[in-house]
Design a protein around this ligand. Structure first.
Ligand code: NAP
Length: 286
């Protein structure tokens, strides 16, 4: 990669940020397309976000991604945001314009494209189970509602969290049947669904168990784990043992990034190049 006097910088901002894989996939994309651009990562605490955006804009940055915990801060600070960002109350992509900033949320498209690609699955009419109603689980649940899932079954270790997301879905799409369960009832709810999504952080640490046993899954079911740090998570292994089709969260990470890339550059993202860069960084470490 060569840096010239005209290299256009992009960045991901978060706090902390050292773990981010966004530089890996975006720099691979710039290189593959022969673009004079570079993608960096900066640790920015929430209280400095808006000043940092102003500074990066004046330095000529092409755009930024935002990750934990800045997505909600950006939503509160930006006035021009797209529908998905408004729905999720979170911004993960900022475009700099002559007049200021435009906020987007590409996480919703990320999960939709990942499910389509992994399972050839459309959410319309689908019976979905979601384990974990934190930031990511909530976003996925709302996307399922927007896309017309027929039934959404939510489970969370903290029942109040699942109830809050259920209430949001009822307001957004009253026709959808929504139910909540605790971790104790979760195996039954999971077994009844066509698509099961794992959105907790359990599975991130080596030695983490699957939160559900293989008896919670059935043959032909689709099982998607948002975790992507290993090729097969414990939850995917449990689902596969029952004959479910499984995929990890790499596709969601990839496709949200690809959509951000297109928003900034107005060019089609080189998906295969970006996927290979992520797979190399994650799974071919030795
Ligand atoms: P978060 O807001 O902190 O939520 C964490 C969730 O995990 C909550 O539902 C929490 O339950 C649950 N949890 C944590 N420890 C648990 C345990 N021991 N037993 C049962 N449940 C437990 O995090 P997030 O941003 O939603 O991220 C969740 C996962 O999605 C992470 O693994 C993250 O890596 C992954 N993710 C992937 C992508 C992607 O692009 N593929 C994007 C975003 C996130 P409580 O409500 O009880 O705390």
């Amino acid at each position: 990669m060569r840096i010239s006097g005209q290299t256009r910088p992009y960045a991901v901002l978060g706090h902390p940020i050292g773990h981010s894989l966004s530089p890996v996939m975006h720099n691979a994309a710039f290189e593959a397309l022969g673009m004079d651009a570079i993608y960096l990562a900066f640790d920015v605490p929430p209280e400095r976000l808006m000043d940092t955006l102003t500074a990066l804009k004046s330095l000529g940055f092409g755009g930024v991604n935002l990750t934990i915990p800045l997505k909600e801060t950006a939503f509160a600070g930006l006035t021009d945001v797209d529908d998905t960002a408004r729905r999720f109350r979170a911004v993960n992509t900022v475009r700099f314009t002559p007049d200021g900033f435009q906020g987007f949320n590409t996480d919703g498209q990320g999960i939709l494209r990942a499910l389509r690609e992994s399972f050839d699955l459309q959410l319309r009419g689908c019976d979905v189970f979601i384990l974990g109603c934190g930031g990511a689980g909530r976003a996925v649940a709302l996307m399922c509602a927007v896309e017309g899932a027929s039934q959404i079954r939510l489970a969370d270790r903290t029942p109040a969290r699942a109830l809050r997301v259920a209430e949001e879905i009822r307001l957004l799409a009253p026709q959808i049947s929504v139910s909540t369960s605790t971790l104790t009832d979760a195996p039954q709810a999971c077994h009844s669904a066509q698509l099961a999504i794992q959105a907790t952080s359990v599975g991130l640490k080596p030695g983490d168990p699957s939160l559900l046993p293989s008896s919670a899954f059935h043959r032909g079911q689709w099982a998607y784990d948002l975790i992507y740090h290993v090729a097969e998570t414990p939850w995917m292994a449990a689902a596969a043992q029952a004959g479910a089709k499984t995929a990890n969260g790499l596709g969601m990470l990839l496709h949200q990034g690809a959509e951000s890339f297109t928003i900034w550059t107005e060019r089609e993202a080189p998906i295969d190049v970006m996927r290979r860069a992520l797979e190399n960084a994650l799974y071919n470490k030795e």
